[in-house]
Design a protein. Structure first.
Length: 359
């Protein structure tokens, strides 16, 4: 009899990319797979894979006035009822939650039917939805280290499996890179929605590098409203560029780049590490529980990146940092060597082994 797994995930790229990757893996293994997410999450798969899914609404009651908080709690309650109905109809053998408030109603409802729940956390700080679910989860799968806010009494449930990356990323064979200063390629990744400040600061930095005698090519993710002005700027200053708001060929862009400048969602920087592309980490300062900074700090302490916090993120500081990196090829070479020790090649095998106890 075919085993059935329901995956539930918040609608951001940081939650959805690992969820979709694991869904594809288990589908290829012959499992029946279903995804529960919100309207944002549906945008990540509707044009790429055929997948049975349910859309629900959920909201965070945090940082809201009294009336909005009551409305959020009501929305969550309705979503729990809808989630219970989904579970009753589908009768899954297992629920896997990826965090985010949309994952909470389904994960919580699993207890009504005694369906085993496994949750996955890939950040260096435990997400609030996942933290709430710790008492009812059978196992907690971790991408990296044990999160700083992980309660001691639940540590027996931990399985450290590594970061869930796309199989093409995990299986990619990294070639040796030699730095050619006349064709130094920089990749800019602003997260699933881009980063407006990158579009304001980075172009001037690239211009300064060119004026200093460096021929640099730039592949830059941006928000849609900045795209035309960035193309115009780089063309005006005769700088090779590829400007995009979304790209399906991210693997090609990462592998062909000498250096990246990136926000610090766990999935994004884990891909950079796996492909051994050194990066300058610019954590989003308003991320929940400061998790982007903690994600960056984890890799910085392993010697895999440089951190430039947004308070100090300006064209001059970025220019000085990149110039310093480019001046010594050994710096990039040494970072790549350290990145080799942080691969996630066993992640799918470890997860499949972890859930065998319940399915």
């Amino acid at each position: 009899m075919t085993k059935k797994i329901i995956f539930c995930s918040g609608g951001t790229g940081g939650h959805m990319f690992p969820a979709i990757s694991l869904i594809k893996y288990f589908e290829n293994k012959g499992y029946e797979v279903i995804l529960v997410t919100d309207n944002r999450g549906s945008n990540f798969f509707k044009n790429n894979i055929q997948l049975k899914s349910y859309i629900i609404k959920a909201d965070s009651p945090l940082k809201k006035n009294f009336l909005k908080k009551i409305f959020s709690i009501l929305t969550i309650f309705i979503s729990v009822l809808k989630s219970a109905s989904i579970l009753k109809k589908e009768k899954p053998d297992l629920v896997i939650g990826f965090g985010g408030y949309v994952s909470f109603p389904v994960s919580f409802s699993s207890r009504f039917y005694k369906i085993p729940l496994v949750i996955y956390e890939n950040n260096s700080v435990l997400g609030r939805a996942n933290k709430t679910l710790l008492p009812i989860a059978k196992k907690i799968l971790l991408g990296n280290i044990i999160p700083t806010n992980f309660p001691e009494k639940y540590k027996s449930k931990i399985n450290q499996v590594g970061n869930i990356l796309r199989e093409e990323i995990i299986n990619y064979k990294v070639d040796k890179k030699s730095i050619i200063k006349s064709n130094f390629t920089i990749l800019v990744l602003g997260g699933s929605q881009g980063a407006e400040i990158f579009g304001k600061i980075i172009p001037e930095t690239i211009k300064m590098l060119k004026e200093n005698g460096n021929e640099v090519k730039i592949n830059q993710q941006c928000i849609k409203s900045q795209k035309d002005s960035l193309i115009e700027f780089y063309n005006l200053h005769n700088i090779k560029s590829n400007i995009f708001d979304f790209a399906n060929n991210v693997l090609d862009l990462i592998s062909s780049s000498d250096l990246a400048i990136s926000r610090c969602g766990s999935s994004t920087i884990s891909e950079l590490v796996q492909i051994q592309t050194p990066f300058i980490a610019v954590p989003y300062p308003h991320s929940m529980d400061n998790h982007q900074y903690l994600n960056a700090k984890y890799y910085h302490e392993k010697g895999c990146c440089w951190i430039l916090e947004q308070a100090n993120f300006n064209s001059k500081n970025l220019f000085n940092l990149i110039s310093n990196i480019m001046a010594d090829e050994d710096k990039l070479k040494n970072v790549r060597e350290r990145m080799k020790k942080n691969d996630s090649k066993e992640v799918y095998i470890k997860i499949e082994k972890a859930i065998k106890d319940f399915i």
